[in-house]
Design a protein around this ligand. Structure first.
Ligand code: SAM
Length: 335
């Protein structure tokens, strides 16, 4: 925890940005002046960053100078195209506060919005989007991962036969953009809550991409747009099994024969032994949502309960963290 807080604070103060902008290693005094912090506090912070292997040290006539490690420049600076800055800021200011109540979450088996932020968690996304500022931060968090692994996720299966794609809960459209760039013949409709659509149009997606459009609504209540392929990326892990089956059943009814569903989720090993990141995500889902992380068999069971068959899955990263599921409705008679 102390290590994470050190990382969060260094990012928030802009230590890595200052070092990226400098054409030489800098002293603690120079960094503290640039970010507007105390010299003593900054010296200790930089030393801890060195211990965490986020910074390199250099000796210069008895002085210690600092420079970014390669990883710090790539992931921790705001200007990097694959920056994790927004995720780190959201972790620091929101997720971390929910984790403060982990003991209560485990005792009660529910998320901790009421204690952490004083808001009702009756409607999960009302709590998550408790202000426009929070909503934008969440949307930036959602965006950041697809700049890193979105291409791998949308090309894990050949989706080129699907010309009309609907990204349910598609948020600000980062994955939709990956789809249109990987599949030149497809169009993507992003389906999301009205205020998310409004914010995406204002701040995230200009009309530049003619093949991406928005459709606002509630996927538990409103009619779903017709599509050859429905994408559910990091949606099912927010919800209980009952709600997942409810949503998948609605998709099954809307889906044409020969159509499909692409689920994108982090997967637990079947015996629950790992991966650690996903086990920790699942605890995160406890403190923050109504859902949990699941195994491949658990997702297959949810799909089967909604009527889907012929499930395939594919690993898209080396740590085994993400898997894509693809389900075709071919041969089904639900129409
Ligand atoms: N699919 C995106 C991704 O992977 O980056 C976003 C995932 S985010 C965890 C869940 C998304 O579902 C949010 O964009 C949220 O606004 C949307 N959402 C939640 N409840 C919804 C509902 N009832 N109807 C439509 N969208 C909803």
């Amino acid at each position: 925890i102390k290590g994470f807080k050190t990382l969060f604070t260094s990012c928030e103060l802009g230590v890595f940005d200052v070092l990226l902008g400098a054409d030489r290693p800098l002293s603690a005094e120079e960094i503290s002046e640039a970010v507007g912090s105390s010299v003593d506090g900054t010296q200790r912070l930089l030393a801890a960053c060195t211990g965490l292997q986020l910074l390199n040290t250099h000796q210069d006539q008895g002085r210690v100078l600092y420079s970014n490690t390669e990883q710090a420049s790539v992931y921790l600076t705001r200007s990097s195209p694959i920056s994790l800055f927004q995720s780190i800021q959201y972790s620091s200011r929101t997720i971390y506060l929910c984790w403060h109540y982990l003991t209560d979450a485990v005792r009660e088996g529910r998320n901790q919005y009421e204690k952490a932020f004083g808001v009702s968690s009756k409607d999960l996304f009302e709590a998550l989007y408790r202000s426009d500022e929070e909503m934008v931060k969440f949307m930036q968090l959602m965006n950041s991962i697809w700049n890193i692994c979105g291409k791998d996720v949308v090309t894990a299966f050949d989706l080129s036969p699907f010309k009309v794609i609907c990204d349910l809960g598609g948020c600000s459209g980062a994955l939709a953009k990956q789809c249109t760039s990987a599949y030149p013949a497809c169009t993507v409709t992003i389906f999301d809550l009205p205020k998310v659509v409004r914010m995406s149009r204002e701040h995230f997606l200009t009309e530049a991409d003619q093949r991406i459009s928005f459709h606002q609504g509630d996927f538990f209540k409103d009619p779903l747009p017709g599509a050859d392929l429905y994408i559910l990326a990091r949606i099912l892990h927010d919800w209980t099994d009952k709600r997942c089956i409810e949503l998948l059943s609605r998709i099954y009814k809307a889906c044409k024969p020969g159509g499909g569903v692409l689920l994108v989720e982090a997967l637990l090993h079947e015996d629950g032994s790992g991966p650690l990141t996903v086990q920790l995500y699942s605890l995160n889902m406890l403190v923050q949502t109504e859902g949990k992380e699941r195994t491949a068999a658990q997702y297959a069971a949810l799909l089967a309960a909604a009527g889907f068959s012929s499930t395939q899955h594919h690993l898209t990263d080396l740590r085994g963290k993400k898997k894509s599921f693809f389900t075709s409705t071919e041969g089904s008679h639900h129409m």
